[in-house]
Ligand binder design. Sequence first.
Ligand SMILES: [Zn+2]
Length: 230
Amino acid sequence: MDYRNMTDETVLIDLMLDVGHRLWARGYVAANDGNMSVRIGKDELLITPTGVSKGFMTRDMIIRMTMDGKVVSPEGKYRPSSEYRMHVQVYRERDDIASVVHAHPPYCTAFAVAGIPLDKCALPEAVLMLGAVPVVPYGTPSTEELPDSIKEYIKKGDAILLANHGALTAGADLHSAYQRMETLEHTAKIMHLAMGLGNVNILSKKQITKLLEVREKMKISGRIKLSEKK
Ligand SMILES: [Zn+2]
């Protein structure tokens, strides 16, 4: 299904259920981990609830809330993700972003625990979609520490590893934010395997320049920052 250019709230809610199921089915979240949101309008967002498996959500669980934390609907037993401040931080820093996905995919999270950024330009898709992915300093989940720790990094790129925690991706819509999470985990897995083989060949400056030209031509949305060592 093409998720792009869909703005109807019920359609967006159905897509959030679908993406939640994919995150769970692919093992990117365990138990009640993870959260996602979609910006609707200037000051509101749809967000997943806290304390619920993202693989088994139903429509009535998705919460509409304001950027300053007030629940608009539905009234009931579900509360918004305790990480909503992290989502709001992304929307405040980036006008071009309308969706945020946060998960704990095992390979991404292993790099985040090891403190190793995914900043080697070794795979074309990773260069095109993610750029160099930093590990941002640890922040206690559900507190202001996490929004503070991502603030500077999200200005430069759409994918971030959260130290000792997991990963966050952002996009112009839910489709692109989710796809970035898939690309990020796939990249982390391949890098882990290549590191295990004992060698990682990185792309040359010339090869990267060509990829950036392709990125321009394909009009890929979002921002990427490449490693300063290049
Ligand atoms: Zn988390």
